[in-house]
Design a protein around this ligand. Structure first.
Ligand code: ATP
Ligand code: MG
Length: 171
């Protein structure tokens, strides 16, 4: 079994820009997500066995998704969740339809998905406490060219992620 999720996986430049914002958070506000772990979850699949994993990949390859851009302009913290995040204030149609398509892939492959409303975000820090710190930063645009299937392994020091397959948008 592999613990899998679909994600937008930032390119190096976008990753550095996001992490520059993480570094502006006050010290001790929580535990920063390491730069190489920064991502936006699209659909969380959970524990998947090898043949379903192959079926998911084959079905995903039938999706045609346009390229889209995310205007990363909002920092927030959910009450109770102890997570500080960066997010776009508006969700482009391309992202909404990609998430819908990936949810259909999951259900067509017999993967049961938790029925949470989708909230696009990049977690910047975990175990955050105190009132939300909102550093002033310059919003920037993340040009999304594709999406990834990622394997998650939980280690004592936190999650480790490994991209196992990429798909392009806009082709
Ligand atoms: P860990 O759980 O090991 O502390 P993690 O939360 O980063 O680390 P996972 O639980 O494997 O690792 O989650 C991978 C990604 O999927 C994360 O972005 C996480 O927020 C998201 N995620 C996890 N569970 C769900 C869920 N039930 N619904 C939606 N997203 C989820
Ligand atoms: Mg988790």
């Amino acid at each position: 079994m592999k613990r899998l999720f679909f994600a937008l996986w930032p390119d190096t430049d976008t990753r550095e820009r996001i992490y520059a914002i993480s570094r502006m958070l006050p010290r001790k506000c929580g535990r920063l997500v390491p730069i190489n772990n920064l991502h936006t979850t699209l659909v969380f699949l959970g524990d998947i066995d090898a043949h379903v994993c192959q079926d998911v990949q084959d079905t995903t390859s039938e999706i045609r998704s346009p390229a889209f851009s995310l205007q990363l302009d909002t920092i927030g913290k959910w009450p109770g969740a102890k997570v500080i995040w960066l997010a776009p204030s508006s969700i482009p149609e391309g992202l909404a339809s990609l998430v819908t398509g990936l949810n259909k892939v999951a259900s067509n492959c017999g993967v049961v998905i938790e029925n949470r409303p989708y909230s696009s975000h990049i977690t910047l820090a975990r175990k955050a406490h105190g009132p939300a710190p909102y550093p002033v930063f310059t919003p920037f645009v993340w040009k999304v060219q594709g999406f990834s299937l990622v394997q998650s392994t939980t280690l004592p020091e936190g999650g480790r992620y490994e991209v196992i397959r990429n798909w392009s948008c806009g082709q």
